[in-house]
Design a protein around this ligand. Structure first.
Ligand code: 5RP
Length: 216
């Protein structure tokens, strides 16, 4: 069912793309539906940047040319999904291990459109673990520090990020005030990116639900 809702939301999200902006593309299954939809208007796009090697591969398969982010000086509209989002529009991302580039593109974007199915909306973040991209030698240190915050760290085996780092997932964090946790974790040496997005929140949320597509 979720995949149908994701697909419906992805189709509806095309209405929110401004063709005078460079389009930044996130990662994950919802975004792969969006890429299929985007390919129908690929000749109208002035430029596309990608948040992961997987997304780049997928975009190219659909004949969409991908630009290097550092060559782009025009405003960007960013389209991505999340793993969880609360009523304050704070979210957890990084289930697909692409959180670092996703956060960079979200941060520089003029507009951020988030596409989700209804299951991603939560009252309090934390059911989905918080992903952390870290530098490999910092693993033991970061694990100790996360335990002090009440978290439980699980190493994501078999994953090397596009940036050559590792990913750990943190369970059991108290995320009543996620911005505090984002700040604390960001201050730990060795952390590349924490998958809490509390600063750059989406401007538009396109939600696939059993009653049809809802826009927030
Ligand atoms: C990848 C992400 C994705 O947006 C998030 O994991 C949602 O994925 P999906 O669309 O497959 O449910 O943050 O790093």
């Amino acid at each position: 069912m979720c995949s149908q809702y994701k697909k419906h939301a992805a189709i509806a999200a095309l209405n929110y793309v401004s063709f005078d902006l460079v389009v930044g593309i996130g990662s994950g299954s919802t975004i792969s539906y969006f890429i299929q939809v985007l390919s129908t208007v690929k000749n109208r796009l002035i430029g596309v940047i990608s948040s992961s090697n997987n997304t780049t591969f997928f975009l190219r398969q659909y004949g969409i040319r991908v630009c290097d982010i550092n060559t782009i000086f025009s405003p960007i509209i960013y389209i991505d999904s999340v793993d969880e989002i609360n009523n304050n529009l704070e979210s957890v991302k990084g289930g697909g291990a692409a959180l670092t580039k996703e956060k960079i593109i979200a941060s520089i974007s003029k507009k951020f459109i988030c596409i989700i199915d209804q299951s991603k909306q939560v009252h309090t973040l934390g059911f989905f673990p918080v992903p952390l991209e870290i530098i490999p030698i910092s693993y033991s240190y970061i694990k100790q520090e996360i335990i002090k915050l009440g978290g439980v760290v699980k190493y994501r085996y078999g994953i090397v990020t596009d940036n050559g780092n590792i990913v750990v997932d943190i369970y059991n964090l108290n995320l009543e005030c996620p911005i505090l946790i984002e700040n604390k974790i960001n201050s730990l040496p060795g952390v590349v990116t924490v998958g809490l997005f509390t600063y750059r929140k989406p401007d538009v949320i396109v939600i696939g639900t059993k009653y049809g597509v809802k826009i927030l």
